[in-house]
Design a protein around this ligand. Structure first.
Ligand code: ZN
Length: 249
């Protein structure tokens, strides 16, 4: 069986202008995730793309050869061209998997797919987070115990303005008392979407093996399955499989 084709997209801005982020991710968040996923096994064919590339690295050719797209963005959502965001949305509807990490809740693509504001509460105080497994039988939680702990991170809190997830995989508790739906699955068209909360850039979140394990599991879960939708097509009466009696209306 051919390998799943995974594309990791990163706006790649903080790592170039913020010393702390640069020290945590000297090659960029996308390269760190790629390296860590490779260390989990050789199941995927992984490539990367960034905002500054022509078409943000998301040309028709690239998208047509991508099975699962991982998205990380934070401060440059508005620099993503609307036409490209819509193209990615269309590709998800066809069947490409889409994994939105952390602040990608505010990315154009995720908002298009959700149809809501995707607003939430946030606080940056280096507090502890526990992501509790809501559904231990779900393939995305494979290898994770009761919960996944992150010692120091940014808080995201409810209300999170998303459509009710089709499946809730993780729910987070924070040291300050808030809770948050932090691992959520949806289907849009033929595509599977997973939102996963961890990933604030000033903490070494993608150095955490359990976080990477979840992303690895999510890629496998989000892989395209079955036939893809074809385009809208009119079927003339004389081309129906069975002869239709002309009722004259
Ligand atoms: Zn953040």
């Amino acid at each position: 069986m051919s390998k799943l084709r995974v594309l990791i997209w990163n706006e790649f801005v903080h790592e170039n202008i913020h010393e702390k982020v640069k020290s945590i991710y000297p090659q960029g968040i996308h390269e760190k995730i790629k390296t860590e996923l490779i260390s989990c096994g050789s199941d995927f064919q992984i490539s990367t793309a960034t905002l500054e590339e022509p078409d943000h690295g998301l040309t028709d050719a690239v998208l047509s050869e991508t099975d699962v797209l991982i998205w990380w963005g934070h401060m440059a959502h508005n620099k993503v061209e609307d036409t490209i965001a819509k193209k990615v949305q269309s590709r998800v509807l066809q069947g490409m998997g889409f994994i939105a990490l952390h602040s990608a809740h505010f990315s154009k693509v995720f908002k298009l797919l959700m149809g809501t504001t995707c607003d939430l509460k946030y606080r940056e105080a280096g507090e502890k987070e526990r992501l509790w497994v809501c559904n231990p039988g779900h393939p995305i939680t494979e290898g994770i115990d009761d919960c996944l702990e992150i010692d120091s991170t940014e808080m995201y809190g409810e209300p999170f303005d998303i459509p009710p997830p089709d499946e809730q995989v993780f729910i987070s508790w924070f040291e300050g008392g808030e809770v948050f739906r932090s691992g959520n699955c949806w289907r849009r068209g033929n595509g599977k979407i997973f939102y996963f909360r961890p990933g604030h850039e000033t903490y070494p979140i993608f150095h955490n093996k359990a976080v990477i394990q979840v992303i690895y599991n999510a890629i496998k879960w989000a892989a395209p399955q079955g036939l893809w939708l074809s385009s809208l097509a009119h079927v003339p009466v004389n081309q129906a499989r069975e002869k239709i009696e002309d009722r004259g209306d």
